[in-house]
Design a protein around this ligand. Sequence first.
Ligand SMILES: NC(=O)c1ccc[n+]([C@@H]2O[C@H](COP(=O)([O-])OP(=O)(O)OC[C@H]3O[C@@H](n4cnc5c(N)ncnc54)[C@H](O)[C@@H]3O)[C@@H](O)[C@H]2O)c1
Length: 288
Amino acid sequence: MTDELLQPGRSAVITGAASGIGLAAAKRFASLGLNVCLADLGGRNLDDAVAQTARWSRFDARVIALPTDVADIDALRRLHDGVRAAFGDINLLMNNAAVNDKGGPWTDVAAWRRTLGVNLWGVINGLQTFVPGMIAQKTRAAIVNTGSKQGITTPPGNAAYNVSKAGVKVVTEQLAHELRQAGATRVSAHLLIPGFTFTRMTLPTMTSQSPLPPGAWLADQVVDLLVQGLESDQFYILCPDDQTTPEMDRRRMQWAADDVIKGRPALSRWHADHAADFRRHMDAKDEG
Ligand SMILES: NC(=O)c1ccc[n+]([C@@H]2O[C@H](COP(=O)([O-])OP(=O)(O)OC[C@H]3O[C@@H](n4cnc5c(N)ncnc54)[C@H](O)[C@@H]3O)[C@@H](O)[C@H]2O)c1
């Protein structure tokens, strides 16, 4: 189904495209000949990003930027109308913008509001404004929402971010199901799940000279898997990194699900009484 998606002349809109994974995706899509709209908070980062992306453009692909605060649904409506006016059909929407403000279960209420406003409402706002038109158009369309392993295994340390990314996972799963139920066979949904990736989110002071931190992937490696995942119509596009293998991810997710099934304490992976069992689970040889 995805074969018609990443073709010259198609179009993509990416939120959070001024930096990191969003910018790497914008460059890749432009290099494949897609018309690309970069949406991010307005300012120098976005101006630089659109200039960089334009240098990757092939097959006369157009590259534009529309300053957008994804937490504001009216801004998303303007973005939608602007992209349709510029490109016509919208073939790929990547809801990717996020912040990593820290909010604990009973602290930092302002950070909770910001985090959920951008990371979760930003995605919901994108779906509400773009999906009806993507269903109605005659050409292939895909929605990629950027989630996180922190929305699946929910490690301690930033409850607000984890909640936002757990919400992104759930809304993307519901989207895939509802598209199927509605018979919208030309529209697909995908959850991109990056691992530890070297971006301003993980190193706010990063520059082009900063060395790659041990264990991290480059944003381009995440985009390699995104393109493969779209081409093979994967829903969960789960990325490893240089410290976490796919097998380690599978075992961690299994352990998290087993907390519920086996009646262990919440987040038992980080509970002293379960540390030894968790280590054994990670080290166990595959059965069969
Ligand atoms: N870097 C990682 O290790 C990692 C891991 C898992 C998931 N992710 C996810 O990947 C996505 C991209 O993050 P990144 O690592 O490239 O970080 P980044 O900080 O480089 O990029 C995030 C972009 O979102 C933009 N943004 C923030 N608030 C916005 C708003 N209100 N409206 C519009 N744009 C806004 C920022 O300006 C920035 O350009 C995010 O959804 C993040 O949660 C990243």
